[in-house]
Structure formats: structure tokens, C-alpha cells
Design a protein. Structure first.
Lengths: 237, 341
């Protein structure tokens, strides 16, 4: 099964193509420019350079978040447009799972971290060691201080991944002492090749998502809605 | 170009998700709109993040519905036209990303349409013959502009609002009167039963010689102050009279400036476009004045005045005919100007 994979949910814009989860080609830009202008040209070059005709594609895998709201939407709407036009299925992959997937062979706890602003990170915890990632902590937005407390209770080494590690390390390393491990930077970026592999693994387990059921995973409500809910709660109390 | 050119038009610049199939830039085969009004009502205006999220949920099903209704398949399309600005950037990005992906998947032309240009081209879907040069008054929640068009794609802005757009002021007054969102239809309904002479509101820039710019912030302030004054003094505002007086002030300015524009330029037609062009009072008054002036007035039916995909497809058809095809680097531009259209 020939899959095209897309990840635009973070600063990185990455696309990959592969057969049965085996990577054939991957392009990655980490240049902090808008994904909207670069994503389609990147996909076109990727397929051209790999001698693949768009009509040969059998599915589109896409990272659905959490991450940048705008980035998520550019990736998901592009994936949905391609799937609709080509008449092929879609497979959504959680961005945190894809990031953890970069270190899937690590036989211990994996903790992908994405900047969620408002002094929080988007994170989840997986146990690696093979193709399957076992979810230990579900995706959540949490402060680094609360996260460290939670992770200390596991009492084992944790491998952190993510493009913001240099900033997060300052808090995590002192808090977690000897349990702190980190992935080297270049491997710590969001790679579409990892979305490709996770999509393939999940596909075998759960199958594809119907086109219109593939929705973004924002993890957070829009700010205006959150404030409205808080006000309503205040009124009730 | 083939004899039968089918264009899919996508529109997501504000709070309506829309898709339409148009034949040869003139004939609507389908025109599907998913309104988000209910979603934004409790916030008193469009919330960009909420709008963007809903666009993404709706756009593919809306496209399917537009195709099904038109009885054509994706494979028969000649091109995909998309509104890429001006508008809310997050909203626009959903349409733009979808259009780019879809046009690449289908190997058909991608056509970028300026949202304002789209509004103007709603007039080509009326069956009326448009004879250049023309002047178009585009009046909506985001714009109030007089545009001179020498030919397809050749546009010159003669005048524009220096502050608020006319539609924006309708919304703000409606909000102050707690009439709900959007405000236009509610105000128009009340005003029908009101006496416009009951209040006196300013008509801005009417005295500036030959100038075609608009200004509505003074009127807005006057109306809002009047509402506050009346409420503070414990009087209950007679909504019918107030809305009638307000609406008349807006219509007066729009009609008089349009009259000035057609007198200053060698045109025989005036086109109306944009959401406020659905206002019945504006349509009647403009019709009367242009008849007297010997100018033919073209107005789209109300459902084509508000945002829709058909107007984008129509504009896209004429762009395609002139060979104006967009590349895959196309981006959403929130403050896109009419220059270079
Ligand atoms: Zn509009």
C-alpha cells in the first residue's frame, strides 16, 4: 500500500512517501516559514523525484495534532482535499504519537513534548521497545512542573523528544535528575516518515478513517469558547 | 477553452462555507452554502478560531453536495476557483488549502479569486448582459467601495470607506439594540414600520466636492450615542423609528456617492454587490435614482449578494479565460487588495 504522509502541525513542514510503512522518500523543512505556501510544492517535488504518479497513491496519512491550530488545519485540509480528489482513504495520526514514534525502538518510557504556549506543553507518554507504542499517559496540555511530578512517580528513565527540548530541559533535567534522557535534535523533529509508519501500524489495527470523520485533534477549545464556559461556570456557582 | 467549461468555486473567507458549480461563468448548476450564524451568535460576532474549525469540518461535505446537486463528477471540472483574500486568514486558509490539494489531485487549473472581485461577478449570474465599462458599488460587512471596471480583470478603486464598512455599522447598531447577529435583516425588518424623520443622523463626506470615499464611523457614533441617551433618560427607544432613520442615512450616502461616480465616469451601467446590496431599501432607492439618471442598474438576487461559491466560480471562469491560473504556492492574504486582479 503506497501512502503519502504529511505533518505540518509544528514548525516543521514534512512530507514522506512509502510502501507498507517502508520509507521511499522524505522532505523536511525546519525554516519557520508558512506551511501554506510550501506544503503542496513539497509534495509535488517529493512524488516527482520518487517517480510516483499521484494516481498511484493508495492512501493519505496526516498528523492531526495537537500542535499549531493553523498548522493542523493546513495539513488536514490538504490531506482531505487530496483524498477527495484522488478517491483514496485517509489515515489520521496523533502528532505526539508520531513524534514518539521516532524513538519507538527505545525500550522504556517516551515523552514527546510540543510547545502549547500559556506555560504548558502538549504531551503524552508511551512505552516503546517495538513497532507498537503503548500509551501510558493520554495526550494532555500540562505545565512542565506538573509533568515532572507525574513522571517522577514512574521511577524510571524517560526519553524526551521534541524541537523545543533546549528550552524545556532547563526545568525537566533538574527535576527528573538521572531519569532524564533526550533524543538528539535532528531526530527530535516531527518527521512525516514517522507519521507514515504510525499510519501503517494503525491501519493494520483499525483501518482507515472515512473522509469526513478525519478531524483535527486540537486538544484545546478556542480561546473565546473557553472564556465563555468559564463565565457560565462562574454564573452557576 | 472547451464549449462547456465547468468551474467549482470555493468560498470560506469569513463565516460561510460555500461551494458551487458554474457553467461557462454564467449558469449556476449548484450553489451550496453552510452558514455559521448560529455558531457565532452567542459571541455577538464572528470568532475567527471557531469559524476556521467549522470551515474545515464542512468544506468537503459541501463540495460533495455541490457536485451531487449539479449532477457532474469531479472529473468533469475544468478548474477550481477559490477566494484567497481579503478575509479572515484562518478561514481563507481552509478554502485555499483544499482548492490547491483538489486541483492537484484532479490535475485541473487552480484559479485565485479576490473575494471582492467575486462579489462583483455575482452580477454575471443574473442573466443581464454586462457592458464594460461599468461601475460597481461593493458594500458588505468588510467593504464599502466604488470600483470602475474597464474590462474583465481591469479594476480601479474610485472610492472606499475611510473607517467602518456599511455592513459593519449595521451589525454594531443591531448589537447595541440587541437585535442579534447578523444585523442587516433585523434592522431592515424593523425599519419598514418606522418613521425615518423621527431622528436626524449625519451623512458623512457628502459635502466633500467630487470625493467618492465613504465614512460611517460618525454615523455609528451618533446612533450609538442616541441609543445611550434615550436609555439613560428612561425613554424606551422606538426601534422602528431609530432603525428607519439609521438605514436611511446609510442608503442616502450610498446612493448619492454612486450617482456622483456614474456622473464622473463614462458608464451606462451600475452594478451592486455585497451583502448590504440585499437590503430592500437600498435596492429600491438606487433603482429609482439610476432610472432617473438613465443608468441601467444590475443587482444580483439577494441570495447572490451574500457570500457564496457561485460568484467565485464566475470570477474564476473569466480569470481562466484570460489565462490567469494560480500556482501551488498560492497563499491566503487577509488584506488582499484589488490591485493586480
Ligand atoms: Zn463578502
Amino acid at each position: 500500500m503506497l501512502l503519502l504522509a504529511i505533518d505540518t502541525t509544528t514548525m516543521v513542514c514534512s512530507v514522506a512517501v512509502g510502501e507498507e510503512g517502508n520509507l521511499m522518500a522524505e522532505y523536511l523543512l525546519n525554516i519557520n516559514k508558512t506551511h501554506s505556501q510550501r506544503l503542496m510544492p513539497l509534495i509535488i517535488s517529493l512524488l516527482k523525484d520518487s517517480d510516483i504518479n499521484r494516481k498511484q497513491l493508495e492512501g493519505i496519512a496526516v498528523a492531526v495534532g495537537p500542535g499549531s491550530f493553523t498548522g493542523i488545519r493546513i495539513g488536514v485540509s490538504t490531506a482531505r482535499g487530496l483524498a477527495q480528489g484522488l478517491g483514496i482513504p485517509l489515515i489520521g495520526v496523533n502528532t505526539l504519537e508520531a513524534l514518539a514514534g521516532v524513538g519507538a525502538s527505545y525500550p522504556g518510557l517516551l515523552c514527546p513534548l510540543l510547545d502549547a504556549r500559556r506555560n504548558q506543553v502538549y504531551t503524552s507518554v508511551y512505552r516503546g521497545g517495538g513497532a507498537d507504542l503503548e500509551e501510558v499517559e493520554p495526550p494532555q496540555a500540562i505545565s512542565l512542573a506538573n509533568l515532572s511530578r507525574k513522571l517522577m512517580s514512574y521511577g524510571e528513565e524517560i526519553l524526551f523528544l521534541g524541537d523545543n527540548l533546549p528550552a524545556f530541559r532547563k526545568i525537566l533535567k533538574p527535576a527528573l535528575t538521572d531519569y532524564y534522557r533526550e533524543m538528539p535534535f535532528s531526530a527530535s523533529l516531527n518527521h512525516a516518515s514517522s507519521v507514515l509508519l504510525r499510519a501503517f501500524v494503525n491501519w493494520n489495527k483499525k483501518g482507515a478513517t472515512p473522509l469526513y470523520a478525519l478531524n483535527p485533534f486540537y486538544l484545546r477549545l478556542p480561546e473565546a469558547q473557553r472564556r465563555l464556559l468559564e463565565r457560565q461556570k462562574g454564573v452557576e456557582e | 477553452m472547451p464549449h462547456r467549461t465547468l468551474i467549482l468555486g470555493l468560498e470560506s473567507s469569513c463565516d460561510d462555507t460555500a461551494a458551487a458549480v458554474v457553467l461557462n461563468g454564467r449558469q449556476i448548476l449548484s450553489n451550496i452554502i453552510s452558514s455559521q450564524n448560529d455558531l457565532h451568535r452567542r459571541f455577538g460576532g464572528v470568532v475567527p478560531e471557531i469559524a476556521s474549525r467549522r470551515h474545515l469540518e464542512m468544506i468537503n461535505p459541501i463540495i460533495d453536495e455541490a457536485l451531487a446537486k449539479s449532477g457532474i463528477t469531479l472529473g468533469e471540472l475544468e478548474g477550481i476557483a477559490v477566494s484567497h483574500g481579503p478575509g479572515l486568514v484562518g478561514s481563507l486558509l481552509v478554502g485555499v488549502s483544499t482548492a490547491k490539494a483538489l486541483s492537484y489531485a484532479l490535475d485541473v487549473s487552480l484559479i485565485a479569486v479576490n473575494h471582492l472581485e467575486g462579489h462583483i461577478y455575482a452580477n454575471f449570474l443574473t442573466g443581464a448582459s454586462v457592458n464594460f465599462p461599468i461601475i460597481c458599488l461593493v458594500v458588505s460587512g468588510g467593504h464599502t467601495s466604488l470600483i470602475y471596471m474597464q474590462d474583465h480583470g481591469e479594476m480601479e478603486v474610485l472610492g472606499r470607506t475611510r473607517d467602518d464598512a456599511a455592513g459593519e455599522v449595521f451589525d454594531k447598531v443591531a448589537r447595541a439594540l440587541e437585535l442579534g447577529f447578523p444585523g442587516g435583516p433585523a434592522i431592515e425588518n424593523l425599519a419598514q414600520r418606522g418613521d425615518s424623520a423621527a431622528f436626524k443622523f449625519p451623512r458623512a463626506l457628502m459635502s466633500e466636492d467630487g470625493k467618492l470615499d465613504f465614512s460611517f464611523s460618525g454615523l455609528k457614533t451618533a446612533v450609538l450615542n442616541c441609543i445611550r441617551r434615550e436609555t439613560e433618560q428612561g425613554r424606551s427607544v422606538k426601534l422602528e423609528d431609530l432603525t428607519a432613520a439609521f438605514q436611511e442615512a446609510v442608503v442616502d450616502v450610498l446612493v448619492e456617492k454612486s450617482l456622483l461616480a456614474v456622473r464622473q465616469n463614462p458608464v451606462k451601467q451600475l452594478l451592486l454587490a455585497g451583502g448590504v446590496a440585499a437590503n430592500g431599501e437600498l435596492r429600491r432607492r438606487m433603482r429609482r435614482r439610476m432610472d432617473d439618471e438613465g443608468i441601467e442598474l444590475v443587482i444580483p438576487p439577494p441570495q447572490l449578494c451574500t457570500d457564496n461559491g457561485a460568484m467565485i466560480a464566475a470570477a474564476g471562469y473569466y480569470n481562466l479565460r484570460r489565462g490567469r491560473v494560480a500556482s501551488q504556492t498560492l497563499n491566503a492574504v487577509s488584506s488582499l487588495g484589488l490591485k493586480g486582479v
